[in-house]
Write a protein that binds this ligand. Structure first.
Ligand code: GAL
Length: 689
């Protein structure tokens, strides 16, 4: 039993110290300590994907037992756990956070919710996992809405003081953490009589995150088409409209791989029937054939709430919660019965017909957006309540669908509005459309700490500049999507929703379209580079999109940089935000070069860029070799296989990608490049800087 401190010997009648077992190593560098008696249902106990056991050997060796002492006590509310926090130690992670980056000094609640307006921790994908600059990661294994006090809660003073030294009358409203001191993290877990804590050893933050990802089941490589450009149609679009737009994109040379259909493909959408609407889509097989003939994939919008008119209703009814949403059933995705019935129906009626994936909407909670979801006091046949269900609903929903693709040996890449702990292996990207550009980027930067992918999708823009800036960012993200679910024509034809739907186009829309076409083209050009970034995700859990501080943890300037990020190992992106006159770019140590021009920028510096900058600022590590494809209209087009190898500086950092049926190895020596390729052709070497 770990030593008990005075915090545990509390006077409160209802509080008792909990037995803490010793740290136990369960995988190389992954340790668990059990405090009290954990609940039966937790993210780890109910996991559906095992750890990627073989990949632990690719991470730095770490087998020294943790010295960290963790203590817990049982309270009338559940249990509270206390973990140490060192002087100067900073905290990152906690899932998809929109409103803050460095978490020390904050109170955060792991509560699933769409569209948080203030920085409470609520999010589409809160994850009770954080990493610290001490080089460790901590997962508190609970599906409860646990509160984390990241250094902002302190024990009461123990002794009286004879006299005050100085009058201090100024109100202290600025947070209650003294980062220079040793403090504690308190985690308040409601209901539970105990909890398991998992520790992921570094030795540095990036390795701790990798270990968490590998423990979660490992990263994955999306299908190539998933990394192309995605466009979602107007919700009410029918078969003819969708096909006309698909043809128009090809005619107007706008690259696109995935066409998304929004609610209107279904006969009833809120809640869902999961069957085609015969009026809008009179011939679904013909529609899927016609899109496939033009090399498009089709992604279908839906949510899980099952309408009484759905053919799925009878199978879901016995395995659903006791509350409904929009008059539909809430499938008990914590149990195999609902997952299987739901998945098999999708498999037979939609996946077998050729649908490539789904957008799993509305599976988050809705405390801030109308309160439409199921209540926390819901009960489910699997034995869990609504609070626990909210914490796992998005992830279990992903499994219901993903499993059908797995059974068929088919790849998918989809969208989802909620996720949680241990999400790393799931081929889904989080999205939502109600954020400003700055928040979208902060969420992208934060997502990489916790095994999540995030799409800063473009739906609307306040100006042409805003459209351009958002599009520039989204092409440098895990999923490049324009979500035009409420506009008939692409935003570059008319930004204003009313005018767009009335068919009133901008006078010079073709020039705006040309700028957007070029930006979408960059996406197609970088697919080979992205494939390599995702390959590392699969091989050793390195997040393909991540905060700069993960690569340079010693650089304290980076503790606050939440508007720049790494893409893969070589590329750093610093988006511009419309309306801001300048932006500062912070450069980690080392030598950097402007990706577009090759111009050298010394590391350890800051650069101030004027807003007039036309392209999105992207930099690469000097020495990088970056494959840059010709622009194809889809990821499988012959142009997408023809590459220019961009060589920066001395070209000393070779590029390697080993796919299942494609490979690319590029190196540079003595002024000459050599390429080993499978499926690609390198027809040009371009030196920059
Ligand atoms: C929203 C979703 C949008 C769009 C819309 C359709 O909840 O975030 O992207 O799909 O539903 O009704």
């Amino acid at each position: 039993m770990a030593g008990l401190s005075c915090w545990l010997n509390t006077d409160a009648a209802d509080a008792q110290p909990l037995t803490a077992h010793e740290w136990q190593q369960i995988h190389p560098g992954v340790w668990r300590i059990t405090i009290g008696i954990p609940e039966e249902f937790t993210p780890v106990s109910s996991r559906l994907v095992p750890p990627q056991a073989g990949a632990f050997t690719r991470l730095p060796h770490a087998d020294k037992s943790p010295t960290m002492s963790v203590e817990g006590k049982r309270t009338a509310r559940g249990c509270t756990v206390r973990l140490p926090l060192g002087a100067g130690e900073q905290i990152f992670g906690f899932g998809l956070q929109f409103l803050s980056f460095a978490q020390r000094g904050k109170k955060k609640i792991a509560r699933v919710n769409a569209d948080p307006k203030i920085d409470t921790g609520d999010s589409h994908a809160p994850v009770p996992f954080y990493v610290t600059t001490g080089g460790i990661g901590i997962l508190v294994d609970t599906a409860r809405y646990a509160s984390f006090y990241f250094g902002d809660a302190h024990a009461k003073p123990a002794h009286p003081i004879a006299a005050v030294s100085d009058a201090n009358l100024a109100p202290k409203y600025t947070g209650n953490s003294n980062e220079a001191e040793t403090e504690f993290i308190y985690v308040d877990v409601p209901v539970a009589a105990g909890v398991d804590i998992y520790l992921f050893d570094g030795p540095d933050m990036l390795s701790a995150v990798q270990r968490y990802n590998v423990f979660s089941g490992g990263g994955f490589i999306p299908p190539e088409w998933g990394l192309g450009f995605w466009y979602r149609n107007l919700a009410k679009a029918g078969q003819q409209d969708a096909l006309a737009l698909a043809r128009e994109f090809r005619d107007r040379k706008i690259p696109c791989d995935v066409i998304g259909l929004e609610p209107g493909w279904q006969s009833h959408a809120y809640s869902c029937t999961f069957v085609w609407d015969k009026k809008r889509f009179p011939d679904p097989p013909g529609f899927l054939r016609a899109t496939s003939d033009q090399q498009y994939k089709v992604n279908l919008w839906e949510h899980a709430f099952t309408h009484p008119a759905s053919p799925l209703f009878p199978a879901i009814e016995p395995c659903s919660g006791d509350f409904g949403v929009w008059q539909g059933l809430v499938p008990d995705f914590a149990g195999a019965q609902a997952r299987d019935a739901f998945g098999e129906f999708h498999g037979k009626t939609l996946i077998d017909a050729g649908v490539s994936g789904f957008k799993l909407d509305e599976c988050d909670n809705s405390d801030f957006t109308g309160g439409w979801s199921f209540p926390e006091c819901s009960a489910f046949p699997s034995g869990i309540d609504g609070e626990q269900m909210h914490s796992v609903f998005g992830l279990r929903y992903q499994m219901a669908i993903w499993n059908e693709f797995r059974k068929r040996g088919r790849e998918t890449y989809g969208l989802v509005r909620s996720s949680g702990a241990l999400a790393t292996p799931y081929p889904f990207v989080l999205y939502s459309d109600l954020y400003d550009h700055r928040q979208y980027i902060r969420a992208l930067v934060n997502s990489g700490f916790s095994g999540l992918l995030w799409c800063p999708e473009v739906r609307q823009a306040t100006s042409e500049e805003d459209l351009i800036r958002r599009l520039q960012s989204v092409v440098f993200s895990p999923l490049a999507q324009v979500d035009c679910w409420y506009m008939k024509s692409p935003p570059w034809m008319q930004l204003d929703r009313g005018k767009n739907n009335a068919g009133e186009l901008l006078k010079d829309w073709e020039s705006l379209e040309a700028r957007c076409r070029e930006i979408i083209g960059w996406r197609m050009q970088m697919i080979p580079y992205l494939m390599a970034a995702f390959q590392r995700y699969r091989d050793d859990g390195t997040p393909p999109f991540r905060a700069l501080v993960l690569d340079s943890p010693q650089d304290q300037r980076l503790y606050r940089v939440d508007d720049q990020y790494m893409v893969g190992d070589r590329m750093m992106v610093a988006p511009l935000f419309a309306g801001e006159a300048t932006r500062t770019v912070v450069f980690p140590q080392g030598k950097w070069q402007d990706f577009w021009t090759g111009e050298a920028v010394p590391g350890g510096t800051k650069l101030s860029l004027p807003e007039s900058t036309e392209r999105i600022p992207v930099y690469v590590k000097s020495g990088s070799i970056v494959p840059w494809a010709d622009v194809g209209l889809h990821a499988g087009a012959p142009e997408s296989r023809r590459l220019t190898a961009r060589v920066y500086g001395d070209g000393s950092l070779p590029f390697t990608f080993n796919g299942d049926n494609s490979a690319l190895r590029l190196s540079w020596r003595d002024g000459h490049g050599s390429a080993e390729t499978k499926k690609y052709e390198v027809y040009r070497w371009k030196r920059l800087g």
